[in-house]
Design a protein around this ligand. Structure first.
Ligand SMILES: Cc1cc2nc3c(=O)[nH]c(=O)nc-3n(C[C@H](O)[C@H](O)[C@H](O)COP(=O)(O)OP(=O)(O)OC[C@H]3O[C@@H](n4cnc5c(N)ncnc54)[C@H](O)[C@@H]3O)c2cc1C
Length: 292
């Protein structure tokens, strides 16, 4: 039941956009019980959970001791039991997908190349194409900040939506999740995972630090889905850059860190994207990223 405490450390290696933001307190719990202990010990502070930080961006260049960052990636047990897959919050989607492949479990190939943890994925209802993690969830074990206790949630039909889950309204930390098992063929699953990875590496700007799609898929006034990259191209935003924060030349749905981007650079690029799209198309872009 132990956790490490890092003081005055850069959050650069704890989020995929790699901003050099300084935090006075960063906690690294070594397992689920340590995570619960940390949550209880710091219950008088604002706590920010970080999985892989792959959907997260910071709004300040430093955080004092009133904000405590808790990194979950060492909370990472995964096992088969009761005909379900039990996965700790800090298991990465990649670890999880390979576990399912090795056990010939179908349906999770879409997780292999999503660079987050299961905890983060449940908060975001991460997915691609027609698949989202929420489709497979049987129950979720959480730490409830209000009652300071652990409880199980059995999600109802409307619990998950597009890049959304009701967990966000619940003031909880995800500890563990149980997911359904459907048998598949090892070779089929392997082929699919490698195919997804290849397609994504071809399309996405993986050579620069980034935090995935910046904005949720926008809709027009009639409710039709639009492509961010098409709007951005029409607004001449491809390659738009302030400091080292750049609308990706390869895929304008991403903002990338071409070197040593600053918090303010990223904020200015986001603001310019929103402004031009609003002016030209009367479309309000909504951030997919979580801004801390
Ligand atoms: C190159 C790239 C490609 C991507 N592709 C996709 C994609 O195809 N589909 C997709 O959906 N997303 C994609 N993403 C975004 C991201 O990977 C997912 O949203 C992922 O699920 C986030 O997980 P995380 O652990 O990194 O969450 P973080 O970014 O660490 O956190 C996200 C939010 O969840 C909270 N949180 C984290 N852990 C917990 C916990 N245990 N309990 C409660 N709250 C928690 C955080 O406080 C934060 O509010 C991509 C990102 C990148 C960089």
């Amino acid at each position: 039941m132990s956790y490490f405490i890092l003081n005055n450390t850069s959050l650069k290696r704890f989020h995929t956009f790699q901003l050099d933001v300084i935090a006075e307190i960063v906690i690294l719990p070594t397992d689920k019980n340590a995570l619960i202990s940390a949550l209880r010990d710091y219950s008088d502070k604002k706590t920010v959970l970080i999985g892989k930080g792959s959907n997260m961006i910071f709004s300040q260049s430093s955080y004092d001791a009133n904000t405590v960052f808790i990194v979950t990636t060492m909370v990472d047990l995964i096992e088969l039991s009761d005909n379900l897959i039990h996965v700790d919050a800090g298991v990465t989607m990649n670890q999880f997908a390979w576990f399912t492949c090795e056990n010939s479990i179908d349906g999770y190939a879409f997780c292999e190349d999503i660079p987050g943890t299961l905890g983060g994925a449940l908060m975001m209802n991460a997915g691609q194409w027609q698949y989202t993690i929420g489709q497979y969830v049987k129950w979720i074990e959480v730490f409830d900040y209000d009652t300071q206790s652990v409880r199980i949630i059995y999600p109802e039909d409307d619990f998950f939506g597009y890049r959304y889950s009701r967990l966000n309204e619940m003031n909880v930390c995800v500890l563990e999740v149980a997911l359904s098992i459907q048998k598949g063929e090892y070779m089929d699953i392997l082929d699919l995972m490698l195919q997804y990875r290849r397609e994504r590496y071809v399309k996405q700007p993986r050579q620069f630090p980034n935090a995935g799609s910046v904005f949720k898929r926008p809709k027009d006034k009639e409710g039709n889905s639009l492509f961010t990259w098409q709007l951005f191209d029409a607004c001449d935003l491809r390659g738009f850059q302030i400091g080292d924060a750049q609308v990706s030349v390869k895929h304008p749905g991403f903002i990338v860190n071409t070197g040593n981007a600053k918090v303010a650079d990223v904020q200015l690029v986001i603001a310019e994207c929103k402004k031009r799209v609003k002016e030209q198309f009367d479309v309000d872009l909504e951030l997919e990223w979580r801004v801390i």
